[in-house]
Each structure stands twice: as C-alpha cells, then as structure tokens.
Design a protein around this ligand. Sequence first.
Ligand code: SAM
Length: 286
Amino acid sequence: MTAPQRYIETLYPGYGQSFTIDKVLFENKTEHQHLIIFENRDFGRVMALDGVIQTTERDEFIYHEMLTHVPLFAHGNARRVLIIGGGDGGILREVLKHPEVEHVTMVEIDGQVVEMCKTYLPSHSDGAFDDARLNLVIADGVEFVNSTDETFDAVISDSTDPMGPGEVLFTSRFYNGCKRILNKGGVMVAQNGVCFMQLGEVTTTRKRMGLDFEDQNFYAAPVPTYVGGIMTLAWGSDDASLRQADLATIEQRFAVAGFKTRYYTPSIHVGAFALPQYVLDALQGT
Ligand code: SAM
C-alpha cells in the first residue's frame, strides 16, 4: 500500500503543515498564481495558492465570520462594503447576511479562483455570487482603490500573504487608497498573518496603516489551518469608539441582525481585541 501523496505548505522555509491529497479536484497555473483544490480526509476540500493554504471546508467559518462580523457589528450600519480578494466567496457570504448591507463590490485579481471555488468549494459562497447586491470586479485591488469613484462604509481585505499578487495589498499605496474611499465613520480590516510566525507583518502594518488611520489596531482569531497560533487581523478607522463598542451594543446589533454563527459571538468580538503581551511590546516600539 503506497503512502498517500501529501500537500506540503511552503509558507515557512523551516516549518509547515502537510495534508494528505486524497483527491485532486483542480490544479492549474492561472495568470497570477498556482491554484490547487484537493480533498483531504480531515479538513474536507482544501484550496492553496502558490504553496500556501488559503481555506478549508472544515475551518473556514472561523476566519470568514471574524473578518466580517467584527467590523460590521462595530460599525452598526454599513450599507456599502468593499471586499478585496476573497475569491472563494466566504467573506461575501458572511457580508450578505447583514440586512443593512445594500451593495457589495468585490475586487478579486484572479477570475479562475472565483470560478473554481464556485465549482469545487460551493459551500464557501453558498450562492452569494448570485446576489443582486454584488458587483464583482476582476482587477488588482490596489489599482481599484486608487482609481474608483465609489465610496464605502467598510473595506475588508481578504488577501493572500504579502508575496506574489498579494504583496501590493500590504503597502502604503493600498492603505492610502482604502482610506480615500472610506465614508466618514468607516472601518477597514485586513488579513494580517499569524503573529507568532509573522510578527514583522504586524509592526509593518502598524507603521504603514497607522499613517492613514487615527485608530490602527489588531484583533485575533484562531484559525487551525493558518498554522502557528492566533491570526492577527488588522483594523483601521478614525473613530476609536467603533473598536471600543461595548458588549451590550454588540449584543443588541447581533440580535437585530438575526442570523446564526458558528464561531463569532459578541463576547468573542469584544475579547478579540485583547492581544498577547509580546504583540503589545512589538507595537510599543512602532
Ligand atoms: N483567507 C485567506 C488568507 O487568509 O490567506 C485568503 C483567501 S482568498 C482566496 C485570497 C485572495 O486574494 C485570492 O483569491 C487571490 O487571488 C486574491 N488576491 C491576491 N492579490 C490580489 C490583488 N492584488 N488584488 C485582488 N485580489 C488579490
């Protein structure tokens, strides 16, 4: 009996996770990146881009709920939302659950990621790509935010890591562009790595995003297949009261929204902004 083929993540040169590849569903070098979607006995269907795990059927809900509901319940009345990246449709699915959301623009650089995730990871978008509120744009997110004349109440950057096509989504030019198109009282959040393994991404984002936003901070979410501990999600707004919204306010908004979650709760929302001391120490110096 030959050992099953394994997918070995190559995000870190000296450390990484691996998955048995029980069945390859799709694999291709797209115009922008290497894309594979395969079946794994423990995490269900798994997508990876350029050697980095992007999402799995089993744990995607944690990340997608936390990157969406924390900013939207903190804001309280986001009608126009911009998603950068997010090709698998998980963020889009969660954003559209908010009854106050009237319009979502989603700017994804790789159309093949969208098409293949619709086909092989249908539960991620769960029909969200057919929602009349969506305007799907296949383009580079940094170009979009620096050229569009649309404005938004919330920007959610669900990008790959700062390498390849995703690198530009961690630059000052990107944060400047996002700030430019945010309405007054708006909020921006972004995927910002796993702080135990990528602490430099936290301090770099503080330096860059901090130039555009009065209140630049981070909040945490534990996503099993983003290995190395808690993920630090970047936060930016000009009104610290959004981040400091109290439990009673978040509970009330969550109750009015009326949808169920599997990870997010108002208590986890409020608690997520409590960061480990080593992260606070690293931010002290920036
Ligand atoms: N949840 C994952 C994570 O935390 O790493 C991200 C998932 S999502 C698949 C990342 C998406 O960002 C991909 O579909 C990728 O094509 C897209 N992307 C990368 N660079 C981009 C850019 N410059 N503009 C727009 N989308 C981009």
